[in-house]
Design a protein around this ligand. Sequence first.
Ligand code: CA
Length: 233
Amino acid sequence: MKHTILVVEDERKLNTMIADYLKALEYGVVSAYNGIDAVKLFREHGPDLVVLDLMLPGIDGIDVIRKIRESSSTPIIMLTARAEETDKLMGLDSGADDYMTKPFSMKELAARIRAVLRRVEDRGRAPGREGSVLSLGHLVMDVSKRSVTKRGEVLKLTSLQFDILKYFMEQPGRVITRGDILEEIQEYGSEGYERTVDVHIKNIRKIIEDNPGEPEFILTVWGVGYKLAEEVE
Ligand code: CA
């Protein structure tokens, strides 16, 4: 199946370079040169993945991520010109799945895209997992449908957040280190920052916990990492 990728980059030369490279790899490509068109074209084309520059004229990349996340969990790979950690964290915080720091090679970008798409396609396909439901208290995960509900209400998680939560829900009570999580999400191509793991956990807690400051599901194990509670009221 041919995948469509929305490429959002205001530097025309770079946008064309990415588009040409991806077309040569047989991807369908839709190009946007500003944030407003990005949101519009996303809605029109329903791409399988978004490559998104953060520094855009009009509405910036962070706002584009937020707008996309209002209705979709389509994977987003951000491009950031600045090597500043805050940009990346803000992007991840807003729901991006991965990031690349400029300058990057087209080959590396293509590898990240493949990894993310493979991950999405493997959803629910793992043998013996079909129809499997994991639950803890009022939090219920349907693995094959890739959906999570809390007291019956559907929660919006990115594909990366879903996979991290699944990793926890498969092994309640086990102490999980940041390194374990980094290994688990390696396929997403995320750079190995332990701080990045903390950001993902913080975001997941915001979604699943009633009070993220006093988590009931994903508990902190000081100096080591985290663990999923074995029981929740
Ligand atoms: Ca730019």
